[in-house]
Design a protein around this ligand. Sequence first.
Ligand code: ADP
Ligand code: MG
Length: 386
Amino acid sequence: MGAQQAQVRDRFAELYGAEPEGVWAAPGRVNLIGEHTDYNDGFVMPFALPHRVTAAVSRRTDGILRLHSADVDGDVVELRLDALAPQSDTHWTAYPAGVVWALREAGHEITGADIHLTSTVPTGAGLSSSAALEVVVALALDDLHGLGLPRRRLARLCQRAENVYVGAPTGIMDQTASACCEPGHALFLDTRDLSQRQIPFDLAAEGLRLLVVDTQVKHAHSGGEYGRRRAGCEKGAALLGVDALRDIAYADLDAALTRLGDEEEVVRLVRHVVTENHRVERVVSLLHAGETRAIGPVLTEGHASLRDDFRVSCPQLDLVVDTALETGALGARMTGGGFGGSAIVLTETTTVATLTKTIESAFTTAAFTPPRIFEAVPAAGAARVG
Ligand code: ADP
Ligand code: MG
């Protein structure tokens, strides 16, 4: 057992007066390519970060859920399971409570739990702390109750917790990434049926690195914008007579845009989603062919599309991308939903130090809050750790 697990167990025992039955962890993620495609039944390609939410958990039998987070000020929060109701809670506790609610709604007999958690995933940074939090709770309860739910099913239940209980209209990528990723691989995921392929992604072996630049701009107020983009995509699909924009083939894009005529905003949204799905497929082919450096320009194209067509970037994200490219990066893009959060930069190992310094000083010159820059290596998905 690692030092962190021992600490989480000790803290659990202090809070709840007994050792936990077990300890579980679930990672945050970065998305390599495939942004705003997951609610259009499209393709995404995330990988798990070493940053994770760790939870010590025990079952209860009295219909009570007790929650505590080391990362939030405050005492243990106590909730009654029969009082859990969608959108009744505006605090962090809605995420774990939503998972318990979703499991119970799906007919699984959860009779209570004590949960203490601690996290190394930055929140609101586009690295998916919310999904990591949901998945760790779902996996712990699945294990403790012997439910044997497949990982994809767990991800769906977590998405339902976030969409219905918390009230945040997110796609399925984040929860699936946290539940299903494998070390050394990116996850090529078809969000229509959750079919997936693990794509080997070992940058270090090729002398490459992927940097994550957390702009420290919190995306917390982006809910309305996200909803509008989503509604615009649905409108596009309806106008084009398809179930989802995923159904527009790249080869048919021009014809589709012509049909949309002067629906200017819908044209931009549709163009992003269709070209982005194509970019995911291109990245998969390039990685398969061993042409890893060639994915750089595809990532950069993705950023331009998110900035100009989907319009979800922000000055800090654009500054990271522009500075990285001027400093010799192979490619760069915002990752996650946008309006803040993080960018990723693909670079030669030899350029990492210069790039880091140059991005930091560009932020200083622009009088932006200093970014947090770290290297991302594909890590493991959710698992029992103690
Ligand atoms: P992201 O998933 O990109 O980090 P979200 O806004 O989707 O951003 O989720 C962040 C929210 O998740 C936080 O505001 C908080 O409510 C909850 N959360 C994440 N990590 C923790 C944690 N360690 N303890 C308590 N709540 C957390
Ligand atoms: Mg989130």
